[in-house]
Design a protein around this ligand. Structure first.
Ligand code: PMP
Length: 362
């Protein structure tokens, strides 16, 4: 079976050179006589892997010295609890949430179990079809942070510009846009991202946190594994990390550097997204779901307006080697996730298929 164009929202397509490197390393990683999956996380070989991965990520993103980089486990959903526990529980116990779709909503709901998690803006009334006005947010005086999801994977919305948080610490879930474009890390108190979209196999979350926000010691009721200090002190090796997944992330970081870094990656992503959105806008059958000014560069959501026809499209596309185009189960419709590793040729193949489908189903 030839490789398909995989438009899954995550776990998602990975760069072929990275998969080939992983295959080449599988039986014998650099003369160790074993694969990375089999080696001790305390071995010099793995220490080299995690140190290099961190250094390459710092280089790619230009992460300032006063930020810690953590490779964690538990699913990115665990960060919905870890963020309020670490950044608010032992302070004012208050945070302001911008709710723009499924993921920021889940984050707010989880935070509300531990702190006073206030919603300061929401797009819920319009089914999260566009971002709410964030030009003058009614922020809480005592908010320990302001939270947003910079790219909503399910609703296909992206913050092209960050809201004015009036000097408050900004926390961003970058899961579905991580490393898709340059970001100025110094604008954030904390960035978290699950790697299973743009970076590697599911099982790692990357947390980039400004050092002064890391708790100084134990926090009442917070498990040791949930305290960022534990992982900062032990450089992500407090317990057994997902070694192979971190190694895979490291290969992707190297690959992105070889492509020319995040500016070059952003350019490719912009071109791919433009091609696909143009095709949608020119079509008489397909319609984009998100407001034009808030469109995601990674998750392109569209519909035909007829759920049966959407299903037919996804089914026939799969047969043509264009897989995972069904929208998230909570919203239906169609979604093409075009992460870094999706080649332009894949987007072109999708557009050609859409045009053909439109002719057949007019
Ligand atoms: N945040 C965003 C933006 C996501 O898209 C996802 C998963 N798709 C999550 C958080 C949750 O990640 P996980 O499944 O690793 O818990």
């Amino acid at each position: 079976m030839p490789r398909v164009y995989n438009f899954s929202a995550g776990p998602a397509i990975l760069p072929e050179p990275v998969l080939a490197q992983a295959a080449a390393d599988m039986m014998d990683y650099q003369g160790c006589g074993m694969s990375v999956m089999e080696m001790s996380h305390r071995s010099p070989a793995f220490q080299g892997i995690i140190d290099t991965a961190e250094a390459d990520l710092r280089d790619l993103m230009g992460i300032p010295e006063n930020y810690d980089v953590l490779f964690l486990q538990g699913g990115d959903s665990l960060q919905f609890a870890a963020v309020p526990m670490n950044l608010a529980l032992a302070k004012h116990g208050v945070a302001d949430y911008i709710v723009t779709g499924q993921w920021s909503k889940k984050a707010q709901q989880e935070a509300a179990r531990f702190i006073d998690a206030r919603i300061v803006a929401t797009g819920a009334e319009d089914n999260f079809s566009h971002l709410p006005d964030c030009s003058d947010l009614p922020l809480s005086e005592d908010a320990d942070y302001v939270y947003l999801c910079q790219n909503e994977t399910v609703h296909g919305l992206r913050f092209a510009q960050l809201p004015d948080t009036k000097g408050k610490v900004l926390v961003s879930d970058q899961s579905s846009m991580f490393l898709s474009e340059p970001v100025d890390v110094s604008q954030f108190g904390l960035i978290h991202a699950g790697v299973q979209k743009n970076v590697g196999p599911a099982g790692v979350q990357i947390v980039i946190v400004r050092h002064d926000l890391v708790p100084e010691g134990d926090i009442d009721g917070v498990p040791v594994m949930m305290n960022y200090k534990t992982h900062v002190d032990k450089k992500s090796l407090y317990n057994t990390p997902p070694c192979w997944n971190i190694y895979m992330c490291g290969l992707v970081f190297k690959h992105l550097k070889e492509l020319g870094g995040l500016e070059a990656v952003q350019k490719m992503n912009q071109e791919k997204a433009q091609l696909l959105y143009d095709a949608i806008d020119e079509s008489a059958l397909f319609k984009g779901v998100a407001a034009k000014e808030d469109r995601s560069m990674m998750n392109v959501c569209f519909v035909t307006g007829d759920a049966d026809l959407d299903a037919k499209f996804a089914k026939e596309a799969t047969a043509a080697g264009l897989t995972n185009l069904k929208g998230h189960r909570s919203v239906g419709g169609l979604r093409a996730s075009i992460y870094n590793a999706m080649p332009r040729k894949g987007v072109e193949a999708l557009i050609a298929f859409m045009k053909d489908f439109e002719v057949q189903n007019r």
